[in-house]
Every structure is written in structure tokens, then in C-alpha cells.
Design a protein around this ligand. Structure first.
Ligand code: GLA
Length: 381
């Protein structure tokens, strides 16, 4: 199986952790279908950890917890498929999952077969309780081979948090996406940290295997299991979070409760122009302007067809003034002597302007924790 765009969908972990069951999954599938989410690209519904029994069955196979999933997983998968969605599940490269349910270590081929028989389309594969005598790349290759040989197309989502220099070997394993950094929390500092850690990993991202910056916390509003008391994120901060994930080309896996999304949350998650940046078919590498800093920066991605995505990010606690970061047009390969400049359209406000004076700079100061995300087209001067 080959993929050419960052996967999109929903995952149960951020809001519900172990508090999952058939009813929740089916209601989420209903909500995703009613909101037309596959039409925006959100087509995977993924059950994370804590879905199975504490022990394998007599044949050594994984089984769903009958209290949480009384009709079994095939039933859930069929329901999810009937809503026009794809179905994802979770396992782990160790002897146990992170929440201490049975892991797939030593059972990789059998488990891949089980997942295929249930109709699974996506497998998130974690890294807890692993055998330290076996290198991580071998553990991930095992499941990669097992999935490619299980007779069903199953998207392979590796989740080892960027540990063990995985950027150097993850593409050998068959993974289609890989968690390039640690777990996200529903707070601004966590989001900021994940954005900044990504700078060094830009060259790894692209077609076939995408850098996964972790599931989105947009719209959780402090209500999830990965939320932190007293650290509510603002609309502006969630917008910055979503803009960075999109500009950097990360998978967009929603983590809030889909059944209870506010209009503000929908405004962010359903912004088609921003999603289009994330899903751009060219899948090119992001680069940062040489000006600015890790706190205040301008970043670019060349898009299919000649447009350019331009993000101006103020991750700091002080205003980003026009002189904090400015990118000469020459830095992106343009020069007014060629008779060309850029026309910018901001994807959250619709504001448009032309770049004058040969430099791309914030038009007005950008507030702390905020950003501007543009789609720029090359025009005559
Ligand atoms: C790890 C992963 C999380 C989640 C939990 C489940 O921490 O990184 O995304 O899957 O395990 O236990």
C-alpha cells in the first residue's frame, strides 16, 4: 500500500483514553458522517489503546473486551464502513501496550491477520514494554512485513515518539506515518514544543511516510484526558496549532469529542483552504526563512501548481513586529528584477495583499501565540 497524502481522521485517545465502548464509537461514526467529514478528508476513525481483553484467548489471538464491545470488532468495523469511513485500531511493538493490555511482540503475523479479518484499515503501533534486546527498527519491520502480507490494505501508523533516531530508519519499515515527537497535551506549551521540535525533522517528511506531530487537541477545551487543569487553550492558540500541523504536512487526526464540537472548533477543523495546504499533492519539504528565531519565524512550502504556502508564526509571549522576521523574495527564488512578486491571501481572514519592497514581512504586528497562514501566488510586479 502506498499513500501520497497525510492521513486524516479521528482517534479516541485524547479525549477518552480507556473510557471507550461500542456506543461511543458508533455515535462518533454517526457524527462524522452527518457532518460530512469524509468530504473534508477526515475518513479514518481510530480506536486507540484499551480496547482488548487483558489476556489473549486460548489460540493466542487478541480479543475485544466483551463489556466494551459486546458484538466484537468486526461488527464495529462493519458499522464504521457503512458510514463511508475507514476503521483504525491500535497495538504495540512490546509485550504490552502502554496501558498494559497485550502487545503484539512475538504475535505480529497472527495479529495482522486478526486485524485484517475484522476489516481494519489502519493500525497505530506503539512502543511501550519492548524487548530492549531487539532494535526498534526490527520491531517495526516485523509488523510492517506482517501488514503488507496480511491480504488487506492497512495503513501503518508507527508511534515510537521519534525515539532511537527513528528518522534514520523509519522509512525502512513500511510505516506510512510515524510519530516524530512525544505525546501532545491540550496546552499551549506542549503545542509550541512539538512545533519547534519539528524544525530538525523537515527533511524526513513527504510522500509515502509522513511525520506525525500527534493527534490534534483543537476543540478539546480542557475536557479531555490529555488536558491540563487550569491550562485552557484559546481559539487563537488552537488556530496556530492547526496552521502549523497543516503547513508542516502532518497527519490531521482529531482528538476532541466529535459529537460536541463548537462552531469555533468547526471553523478551525473544517477550513478547506488550510486543509488543502496540509494535503497538497506535491508533499514538498517545508523551509524556514533565515531571519527570525525559533519563537518568531516565517516558513514556506512550495505547492503543486506554483503557489506557495507562507506561515508567519509568533510562538513567543511578546508581539511579533514586522522587523522580528522578514524574508527577502530572493530567499524563495524570486527577485523583482524578474518582474515577479507575490500576491498573498490569508486563509483565516481572507485578507489579500501584494508583497512590495522585495521582502515578505508581517503586514502588522502579530499577537503572541498567533499566526498568519497565506496561500501566495506568483504575479507580475
Ligand atoms: C502512547 C501513545 C499515545 C497513546 C497511548 C496509549 O503514550 O503515544 O498516543 O496511544 O500510548 O496508551
Amino acid at each position: 500500500m502506498v499513500i501520497s497524502r497525510p492521513p486524516m481522521g479521528w482517534n479516541s485517545w485524547n479525549t477518552f483514553t480507556s473510557d471507550i465502548n461500542e456506543k461511543l464509537i458508533m455515535e462518533t461514526a454517526d457524527a462524522m458522517a452527518e457532518l460530512g467529514m469524509p468530504g473534508y478528508g477526515y475518513d479514518y476513525l481510530v480506536i486507540d489503546d484499551c480496547w482488548s481483553k487483558r489476556e489473549r484467548n486460548a489460540e493466542g489471538r487478541l480479543e475485544a473486551d466483551p463489556e466494551k464491545f459486546p458484538h466484537g470488532m468486526k461488527y464495529v468495523a462493519d458499522y464504521v464502513h457503512s458510514k463511508g469511513l475507514k476503521f483504525g485500531m491500535y497495538s504495540c511493538a512490546g509485550t504490552m501496550t502502554c496501558a498494559r493490555f497485550p502487545g503484539s511482540y512475538g504475535h505480529e503475523f497472527a495479529d495482522a491477520e486478526t486485524f485484517a479479518s475484522w476489516g481494519v484499515d489502519f493500525l497505530k503501533y506503539d512502543y511501550c514494554y519492548r524487548d530492549k534486546n531487539v532494535p526498534g527498527e526490527v520491531l517495526y519491520r516485523r509488523m510492517g512485513l506482517a501488514l503488507e502480507n496480511c491480504g488487506r490494505d492497512i495503513l501503518y501508523s508507527a508511534c515510537n515518539w521519534g525515539a532511537d533516531e527513528s528518522q534514520n530508519w523509519i522509512k525502512t519499515t513500511g510505516a506510512h506515518m510515524w510519530r516524530s515527537t512525544g505525546d501532545i497535551s491540550d496546552c499551549y506549551l506542549s503545542v509550541k514544543n512539538l512545533i519547534q521540535k519539528q524544525f530538525a525533522l523537515f527533511p524526513t517528511n513527504g510522500h509515502g511516510c509522513f511525520n506525525d506531530m500527534d493527534m490534534l487537541v483543537v476543540g478539546m477545551n480542557g475536557k479531555g484526558k490529555v488536558s491540563k487543569e487550569g491550562e485552557l487553550m484559546s481559539f487563537e492558540e488552537y488556530k496556530t496549532h492547526f496552521s502549523a500541523w497543516a503547513l508542516f504536512g502532518s497527519p490531521l487526526i482529531i482528538g476532541c469529542d466529535i459529537r460536541q464540537m463548537t462552531d469555533e472548533t468547526k471553523r478551525i477543523l473544517f477550513n478547506r483552504d488550510v486543509i488543502a495546504i496540509d494535503q497538497d499533492p506535491a508533499g514538498r519539504q517545508v523551509f524556514r526563512s533565515k531571519s527570525g528565531s525559533d519563537e518568531k519565524f516565517i516558513a514556506f512550502r512550495f505547492l503543486d501548481g506554483g503557489d506557495i504556502a507562507v506561515g508567519m508564526f509568533n510562538l513567543s509571549d511578546t508581539l511579533m513586529r514586522p522587523n522580528s522576521a522578514y524574508a527577502p523574495l530572493t530567499e524563495i527564488g524570486l527577485d523583482v528584477s524578474f518582474g515577479r512578486t507575490l500576491h498573498l491571501r490569508e486563509l483565516w481572514t481572507g485578507e489579500e495583499y501584494d508583497v512590495r519592497n522585495e521582502v515578505i514581512i508581517p503586514k502588522e504586528p502579530i499577537e503572541p501565540h498567533s499566526c498568519r497562514l497565506y496561500r501566495a501566488s506568483v504575479t507580475g510586479v
